[in-house]
Design a protein around this ligand. Sequence first.
Ligand SMILES: [Zn+2]
Length: 484
Amino acid sequence: MTGLSGVRGLRTAALISIVLGAGAAPAQPLCEFTPAADTGPRMPGLIIGADALLPDGRRPGHGVHVRGNGGIGRVTDFDTLRTAYPDAAVLDCRGLAVLSPGFVNAHEHPATSYAFPDPNLHPGYAHRDEWRLGAGGKTPLPIPERYRFAPENPRMSAVLTAVELRHLLGGATTIAGSGGAPGVIRNIGRHERPGDLALYDAEADVRTFPFSFSVVEDLADECRGGPAHTFPPGEDDDLTFMAYVPHVGEGRAASCAARAEVARYLERVRRRDRRYSLVHGVATDRDDYAVMREFDVTLVWSPRSNLALYGETIDLGAALASGVRIALSTDWSPSGSLNMREEVRCARRVAEASGAGLSAEALWRMATASGAYALGLEDRFGTIRPGLRADLMLVRHAGGDPYESVLTAGGEDVLAMWVDGRALLLSPALDARLSERECATLPGVAPRVCGVLEDLGLSPVRFADLTRDAVPVNDVRRQAPCEP
Ligand SMILES: [Zn+2]
C-alpha cells in the first residue's frame, strides 16, 4: 500500500464510522457469499443466484456464471451451475434479489452532462436551432463547456467521473455519446483521436447532426415554398460498419425544418447499408413509424428533454401500435433526465397522459436490449446471454413484478453493479469480498463505490470537493421537469 492510499484508507474509515455511527455492528449480509476455492492460476469466476431477467422472460431462482474474463458464461438453473463449477465463488440471492442486464443509455452527451438546467429553460422552442443558435429570434440557451478527462485537470476528470457514477447509480452500465471518463461506465463513441481508444469500448457513430448545423436557416427558402434545398453530401458513407445514431427531427411536429429532416433521413435508411437509429424524432408521425419499422430503424427516445425544450414528444400511442423499436435515453443534464430510472419515470407519465399502455417489461426492454440494438452492439451487451459482457445490476426484490424492482430501485435497493464483470458499486448489505478493489463510501450514497476513486487517486472528501458545483451523483431535485 502506498502512503497516499494509506491516507485514503484512513479517510474512508473515518467516513464509514460517521455513516454507521459509533458502535454500530455490521449487519448480517443479505445474500450468502462463498469465496472461490483456491485454484492457483485458474479463474473459476462467480455464480450469481437470483430472479434473472433473460431475453425470453424472468427465471426465478436462476443462476448466471460470470467468467473470470468478465464475460457471461452459462445461464441455467442455480444447482446445475454449482455442480458444473464447484470452485467458483457463489453469491446466492435467490428469492431476495433481481438480476438484470444494466441499462444501455443510447444517447447522452457526457462531456456537458454535468451542468444544471438553465433558469431560462422553457418548452417554447419549435426547433433545436432556436435554443442552440437563436433562430427565429428566440433567446438561445447557454451551451456548457465541453469537459475532457485529463490527468492535468483533476476537476474536469472528477466531474466526468461523477457524471458516470450518477448514471451507474441510476442503473446504467453503458452510455453512448462523445466524452466521458475511461474505466468507469462503459462508453460508446467513435474512435477519432488516440485517447478515444481508452475511452470508448466499442464504436457507434454518434456525431450529432446528419445534414447541417443550421437546418432552419438552410431550409428557410424550401419552407417558404421555394425549391427543395440540397445538403452537401455527408462524410459518413465510409462508416457503414458501425451504427449511425444522429439527432433527427428535433423540433415540434409543426416545424417544417424538423419534418424535412425526418423525411430526408427516412430516404437514407432505405439503403439498408448499415444499422440506423433516429435520436429524438419529436417531429415523427404514424407514417414515419411504419417506415422505421420496415427498415429496422430504432427510435431513441428522451421524453424529458423533448418536453422541457419543445413542450411535446413523439406520438407514443402510434409508435407503440406500429411496433417500431424504441430505446430510452437521457440526452443530457441541461434538459434531460439525470439518470435512466428518471427517464423511465418520465416515459410512464407520457404513457399515462396519452392513454398508451406501457408495461414494466416493455419499459425494461426499451432501457436494455433496445438500447444495445440502437447502437448495433446487441451481441456485446444489453441482455443476459452466454458470450456477452457481464454488465449486470443486482437489486433488492421488492416482491411482485421483478421488472418493477429494477425500474424503481432506490439507492438502498441497489445491491451491485458490474461492468465487464467488475463490481463498481457494492451495497454494504453484501459481502465486501465481491470486490477486489478498495470500496469507498461517498456521503449520502448508499452503495459503496469500488476502484473508481482509487483509479483517480482521490479520497471521497477530495472528490466531493472537486465536484461540488456539478450535478450531484444521487440527487435529482434540480433536473428539468417532465410535464406531458
Ligand atoms: Zn442530444
